[in-house]
Ligand binder design. Structure first.
Ligand SMILES: [Zn+2]
Length: 468
């Protein structure tokens, strides 16, 4: 029995995409009279249904409610699968100054406070695109049940400079991939500064190691033909900006060319529209950051950085116009990729200046509808399709019996208006029920801590101390 338990634990950890241990063993929840938006391919809405949740799984739909079940009233409410943000940078100890954990953290973060904004916004899985050793630690805290947080998929960056590891030639690139695999990373993120040969070698080696590759398109390809970087197993573009950086031709025809090549190469796209929209807004005025949803939950060090050391502040009109042109082209890319039948995934780049963990997913979903996706397509981009790319669609991403209970209870129907994804009345994460009042308590703890500690965190001072 004990061996079995250890074995189970190993399987759980090896699978590596787990949210926390379920604290509510033997708990059965019944959500009554709920309208289910299952987000399966057919996505047939099941009205006025009962969903039973036992331990961390969806146990049954429309079956008799056991006597000991805790009842959640779902009347006039809507249930969607937990949201997946496919592009995040979660704060972790030491971040963002040191990439070598052995040098010790200069700044430490409270993992729960880092995770609360995700949970409060219905984000139950995140794809960490700058994963470091510390993120494994965070994930362990979540798995242990010490922290309520999302499932974390971790991608290791391999770059040509300013990264760890640095890979300057194909042999180094291949070694870096093999080492990342040994360390337990599930995915590889190729980065901007790789040279052409190393980019290709990293992707080829990742395929050999059974690791999917997401990433940037290196600047080394700028001005070259797009078919040069759409190579087999480069399977996800981290933001539309990667394509707009490759060309000065912002026509629909160009967008279609990228889309055609992506389709042929089976490369999916995270448009990450909020990124450029936010950059434009910041370039116009930093007041736009302060008024973003959720700014009060941003760690004071980041508040300080975004407001006092913001590289977009004071941009010229010409630069701002350039951002606007890029933004428009990103919209065209979404249209062209949709037209070509390339799957589109929702990702925010949370953690870069102005983009707030958890809260920003709703901005991204809205922008994707404005770019021409239907509300249902947008929801798929943050649920089923994202789970599919991560190869965990047998476990999460839809509401079906046997899947993990990662669910968001909404006050209103998001198929009618995508902004309704913000109207959250409760979240199930791995079978743990966090109702609205608990969410509010968790958020206010973060806000209070931020306010009380604001004075301690000054970005510029910290940089100066580092230099001395
Ligand atoms: Zn990023």
């Amino acid at each position: 029995m004990r061996d079995l338990k250890i074995l189970t634990l190993l399987i759980v950890i090896c699978y590596n995409l787990n949210a926390q241990n379920n604290n509510s063993e033997n708990n059965i929840y019944a959500i009554k009279n709920i309208n289910i938006i299952p987000m399966t391919k057919e996505n047939k809405v099941i009205e006025n249904a009962t969903v039973l949740i036992k331990e961390n799984k969806i146990y049954a739909i429309n079956k008799q409610i056991p006597e000991n079940a805790k009842i959640i009233d779902g009347i006039d409410k809507w249930l969607i699968p937990g949201l997946i943000d496919m592009h995040v940078h979660t704060l972790a100890d030491g971040s963002p100054f040191v990439i070598y954990p052995t040098k010790g953290p200069l700044v430490s973060f409270n993992t729960q406070y880092n995770m609360t904004p995700y949970i409060a916004n219905g984000v139950t899985t995140v794809f960490e695109l700058g994963a470091r050793t510390e993120h494994f630690g965070q994930r362990n805290e979540i798995i242990r049940g010490d922290v309520i947080g999302p499932r974390m998929a971790l991608a290791k960056i391999i770059g040509g400079k300013k990264s760890n590891p640095i890979a300057k030639n194909p042999a180094d690139g291949r070694n870096a991939v093999r080492f990342a695999k040994e360390e337990g990373y599930e995915f590889i993120k190729v980065y901007t500064w790789l040279n052409e040969e190393t980019f290709k070698a990293v992707i080829d080696e990742a395929e050999k190691q059974n690791m999917k590759v997401i990433g940037h398109i290196p600047v080394a390809f700028k001005g070259k033909e797009a078919k040069d970087f759409f190579i087999p197993h480069f399977s996800l573009i981290a933001h539309a900006e990667e394509l707009s950086k490759q060309t000065d031709d912002y026509s629909y025809k160009k967008a279609q060319e990228f889309a055609r090549l992506a389709k042929k190469n089976e490369t999916w796209l995270i448009p990450n529209l909020i990124n450029m929209v936010s950059i434009s807004n910041q370039a116009k005025s930093l007041e736009n950051i302060k008024s973003s949803f959720g700014f009060e939950y941003v760690h004071p060090l980041m508040q300080s950085k975004w407001l006092t050391a913001n590289k977009f502040e004071g941009s010229s009109t010409e630069t701002i116009n350039g951002f606007q042109k890029q933004t428009n082209f990103h919209t065209l890319l979404v249209k062209a990729f949709k037209e070509a039948g390339v799957p589109i995934l929702a990702g925010t780049d949370s953690g870069i200046s102005g983009i707030i963990w958890g809260f920003s997913i709703h901005d991204e979903l809205r922008l994707l509808t404005e770019a021409g996706l239907s509300n249902e397509e947008v929801l798929a981009s943050a649920t089923r399709l994202a789970a599919n790319w991560l190869k965990i669609d047998d476990k999460i991403g839809t509401i079906e019996t046997g899947k993990f209970a990662d669910l968001v209870l909404l006050e209103e129907n998001p198929l009618v208006n995508i902004n309704n994804t913000r109207k959250i009345s409760g979240v199930f994460i791995n079978g743990n029920w966090i109702d609205r009042s608990k969410i509010d308590v968790m958020l206010s703890e973060v806000e209070q801590w931020n306010n009380e500690n604001k004075k301690e965190y000054n970005w510029k001072e910290l940089l100066n101390n580092l230099k001395n």
